[in-house]
Design a binder for this molecule. Structure first.
Ligand SMILES: [Zn+2]
Length: 309
């Protein structure tokens, strides 16, 4: 799986950074792409990638500030206009109000979609597990911003061990129903009396990945809980070292606070986004350098950058 950043700027677009959106590409896992936030111009950014809008099956919104949702009406409308592709339904998860925003925008602009949108709204009282499929579970918790805002923890279920068919053949197991039994963990005895222990022919299950994607937030314990043992933590870094006070008053974090969260949570990797246009490229290198003094495996992402998880 990969994360592709579509917009990594804070508040307003700049020439190099668009407003917030990222795509979690789960093509090998479930042949779907999940979008997190959809700032204005997200559809234009998608045109510069290989992402097919029809593959986007779910959109998760962190909060209702404009730089995170104003791209929705445009994206949803364009998604309807791709010829020669089947219309597929879409799920939108987000704070209460997202349904009214989307439906109002579509209604007043006379937009009619040839596919269905299923809304899943939540508020302070309905957080926790919001989605479970056979491959993934998604949890939300409330963060600490100037309006209700959440972070998402996407947990892939453990991947089953695979059967070593070559080794079984070499052991003289005839191809057929016995393979199925062994795959299900059952020990078997062959006609010649040979005992086959299933565990010797199945690789150990691989732990699923954990991806934590946070909305705008002050430093808070909720972020740490969401990021426990995460393979990747995507955390905002609207401000830099020394600006902790102003960050707090505006409902945001500094790079140092993001690094503290990653360290406390035992995350493996920290990706900083929501970068202010005030920062020039040398400031961005400094953001990384300073954060690395607390959490070493840190990187400041750019628009269109793709990161393998
Ligand atoms: Zn915000």
């Amino acid at each position: 799986m990969d994360i592709q950043f579509l917009g990594t700027g804070a508040g307003q677009p700049s020439k190099t950074r668009n407003v917030s959106s990222l795509a979690l590409k789960l093509l090998d896992e479930i042949n779907e792409v999940w979008l997190f936030d959809c700032g204005e111009g997200t559809q234009n950014r998608i045109l510069e990638t290989t992402i097919r809008p029809r593959k986007i099956s779910k959109i998760f919104i962190t909060h209702l500030h404009g730089d995170h949702i104003f791209g929705l009406p445009g994206f949803l409308s364009s998604r309807a206009f791709q010829a020669n592709e089947e219309q597929t339904d879409l799920e939108i998860y987000g704070p209460q109000g997202i349904k009214s925003f989307v439906l109002t925008s579509l209604r007043v602009s006379g937009s009619r979609l040839p596919y269905r949108i299923h809304f899943h709204e939540f508020d302070q009282n309905s957080l926790g597990k919001i989605l479970e499929t056979d491959k993934f579970t998604v949890y939300v918790e409330e963060l600490d911003h100037t309006i209700f805002c959440v972070g998402y923890r996407v947990m892939q279920k453990d991947l089953e061990g695979t059967l070593d068919a070559e080794k079984l053949k070499a052991a003289g197991v005839p191809f057929g129903p016995l393979f199925g039994k062994i795959k299900n963990g059952q020990d078997v005895v062959l006609e010649d009396g040979t005992e086959i222990k299933a565990a010797d022919y199945i690789s150990a299950p691989r732990p699923g990945k954990i991806i934590t994607i946070l909305g705008d937030t002050r430093q808070t314990n909720a972020s740490v809980r969401l990021a426990v043992n995460a393979d990747v933590l995507v955390h905002e870094s609207t401000y830099g070292k020394g600006d902790e006070k102003i960050a707090r008053s505006h409902g945001h974090s500094t790079n140092m606070q993001a690094a503290q969260v990653a360290a406390e949570a035992g995350a493996k990797r920290l990706l900083l986004n929501h970068i202010s246009a005030r920062f020039l490229s040398k400031d961005v290198s400094q953001l990384k350098k300073d954060a690395a003094s607390i959490f070493e495996n840190v990187h400041v992402v750019k628009d269109l950058e793709e990161v393998e998880v």
